[in-house]
Design a protein around this ligand. Structure first.
Ligand code: C2E
Ligand code: MG
Ligand code: MG
Ligand code: MG
Length: 292
C-alpha cells in the first residue's frame, strides 16, 4: 500500500492520522471537563404510534463545548468508548434521565417511557444492574419507565455477561430493544433467546426504502420477522409522509424521525407531555421548529 501511495502519500496519510489523534484527545479532554462541570446534556426525541400519539422518548446525548459548539454523539461516543469514559458517562446519562423523569412527574406531567442507549462496554459490566438500581432508587421510579437500546454487536457474543445482565434486568421489569437492526451480524437463534421486546429498523433502510431497487424488501422482512417473533418494531429516521404511510401499511408499530421532531431539549419535550398536547394527538401542534 505504501509503495502505491508513494512517499508523499504516506506522509500525507500519517499527518491526517496524527491530526485525527490530536482532535480525538482534545475531545477526550473536553469530555472529562464536561463530566465535571455539566457540559453534557440529554435531548429527547419523540417516538409515536400510528395515530401520531407520543408513546416514548429516546434519550440522546449532547456535548456542548466551552465556546458553545455542539459535538455530535457520533463523534464523542466512539472516543468515550475507546478511553473508558463511556462508563462514567453512561452512568451520568442514566441518572440524568431518571432525574428528568422524576422532575416531570413532580410537575404533574404524564410521563412516557424513555429509551436509553447502552454501549457494549456498559452491558457487560458486572455492576451494570447495580448502577441501574441505584439510579431508580434515588428517584423512586418504576422500571417500566426505562427502556434500554443495544446494538446487535453488543449482545451477540455468547461468552459475554450481556445476556446475564439483560435477563436480570428484564426479570425486574426493564425492557430492551435492538438498535440499528439489520446493520450488524445477528444470529437469529440468539436473537430468539435474548429478552428483547422491540427491533428498531436502522434509518439507512428507511431512507432508501422508496428508491428504485431500494430497501423496501428488507424493511418488509424485518417487520414481518419481528411480528412473527412477537416483537414490536420501530422505524427510525422517518423523514417523509410517504415513508410513514408505507411503513404503517406494512404494519410497523412505532415511528421516530425528523418528520415528527428532531431530538429536543428537556423543556421542549415537557411541552409534548402536557395533557393538552397529548389529547390533541398530533406533534404537528408543537409550536415553533425543533432545535438540533
Ligand atoms: P441511535 O441510537 O441510532 O439514534 C438515532 C440517531 O438518528 C440520533 O442521532 C438521531 O438524532 C438521528 N435521527 C433521528 N431521526 C432522524 C431522521 O429522521 N433523520 C436523520 N438524518 N437522523 C435522525 P444522534 O443523536 O446524533 O446520535 C447518534 C448515535 O450516538 C445514536 O444512534 C447512538 O448510537 C449514539 N448515542 C447517542 N446518545 C447516546 C448515549 O447516551 N449513550 C450511548 N452509548 N450512545 C449514544
Ligand atoms: Mg438508539
Ligand atoms: Mg438507531
Ligand atoms: Mg444509529
Amino acid at each position: 500500500r505504501s509503495r502505491q501511495l508513494g512517499v508523499e502519500g504516506v506522509v500525507r496519510l500519517s499527518r491526517t492520522h496524527s491530526l485525527q489523534a490530536q482532535e480525538d484527545s482534545r475531545i477526550e479532554a473536553v469530555m472529562r471537563r464536561a463530566l465535571q462541570y455539566g457540559g453534557f446534556e440529554v435531548y429527547y426525541q419523540p417516538v409515536l404510534d400510528a395515530n401520531r400519539k407520543l408513546c416514548a422518548f429516546e434519550a440522546l446525548l449532547r456535548l456542548r463545548e466551552e465556546d458553545g459548539t455542539m459535538v455530535s454523539p457520533a463523534v464523542c461516543i466512539p472516543i468515550a468508548e475507546s478511553t473508558g469514559l463511556i462508563i462514567p458517562l453512561g452512568r451520568w446519562v442514566l441518572r440524568e434521565v431518571c432525574r428528568q423523569l422524576k422532575t416531570w412527574q413532580l410537575n404533574g406531567l404524564q410521563v412516557v417511557p424513555i429509551a436509553i442507549n447502552v454501549s457494549a462496554l456498559q452491558i457487560v459490566l458486572t455492576n451494570f444492574c447495580t448502577d441501574v438500581d441505584v439510579a431508580l432508587e434515588e428517584f423512586d421510579l418504576k422500571p417500566s419507565f426505562i427502556h434500554f437500546e443495544l446494538t446487535e454487536s453488543s449482545v451477540m457474543p455468547r461468552d459475554s455477561l450481556a445476556l446475564e445482565n439483560m435477563v436480570k434486568l428484564a426479570t425486574n421489569g426493564f425492557s430492551f430493544s435492538i438498535d440499528d437492526f439489520g446493520t450488524g451480524f445477528s444470529s437469529l437463534d440468539r436473537l430468539h433467546k435474548l429478552p428483547v421486546s422491540v427491533l428498531k429498523i436502522d434509518r439507512t433502510f428507511v431512507s432508501r426504502m422508496l428508491d428504485q431497487n431500494g430497501t423496501l424488501p428488507i424493511v418488509r422482512t424485518i417487520i414481518s420477522m419481528a411480528h412473527a417473533l412477537h416483537l414490536g418494531v420501530v422505524a427510525e429516521g422517518v423523514e417523509t409522509e410517504e415513508q410513514l404511510q408505507m411503513l404503517a401499511e406494512m404494519g410497523c408499530d412505532q415511528f421516530q424521525g425528523f418528520l415528527f421532531s428532531k431530538p429536543v431539549e428537556a423543556a421542549r419535550a415537557a411541552i409534548l407531555l402536557s395533557p393538552r398536547e397529548l389529547s390533541s394527538g398530533s406533534l404537528n401542534a408543537l409550536p415553533g421548529a425543533a432545535a438540533v
